[in-house]
Design a protein around this ligand. Sequence first.
Ligand code: FPP
Length: 261
Amino acid sequence: MSEAELPQNAKSSGVKPSDTLSTPAVPRHVAIIMDGNGRWAAARGLPRVEGHRRGVEALRRTIRAAGEIGIKVITIFSFSSENWSRPAAEVGELMGLLRRFIRNDLAELHKSGVRVRVIGEREGLEADIGRLLIEAEELTKDNTGLTLVVAFNYGARQEIARAARRAAEAVAQGRLKPEDVTVETIGGLLDSADLPDPDLIIRTSGEQRLSNFLLWQSAYSELVFVPTNWPDFDRAVLESAIREYQQRERRFGGLTAKTGS
Ligand code: FPP
């Protein structure tokens, strides 16, 4: 990522809200299901991996745009628990892209104030990938700009099951009473415990489902589905999804509209 491409919200003075979006209603947390890489490649007669490679470029554009727009947290679904069922060569390519993304972009992300967080199951990952994820989180943990949450080897049901298991262990050890296992207890045991729930979830490529992404955290998220395949995603598409979000009335189960961000 070149200097010119970096997110602008590294320092609060550097925030450059979009000219076309009203700042107060910019969602605080946007989560994205980056779908359609394979279809993008197939439509051009290219191998699927080329779609993933171009997807990394779209990711760089999106991180920069999110910072400029004033989004505080962006979560990206980069590898799901179910993606292991793809052909080994494609899994290998996706692992390689993550390695290269962290090795090539981490220093610049850090310099621009981005805080990297990773959610998902760490066990079973190749050792060097585990180390890179820890390095990215450690290096950037005190940054105060955009928080980039990388959902990697992530599945929402697995995340909820891990939280339930931790609660059960605490009960078994007498550190927690069964009646104290509440929504807050489980929420506090999720990988995302320190993060706000997403205000807006965007899925690209026209598919309309959550596919085991942030199932707990999306209870009151607004969902926007865009036809664009992920490699073509850019600031204009992001802004158009945010404008759709801004038309929605969020009531969080009540009767009156509330601002979610
Ligand atoms: C969905 O497209 C996309 C993925 C399974 C992987 C997303 C990965 C990237 C954008 C690049 C790697 C990310 C990082 C952080 C380095 P698909 O393959 O399911 O597309 P299709 O539905 O058209 O086949």
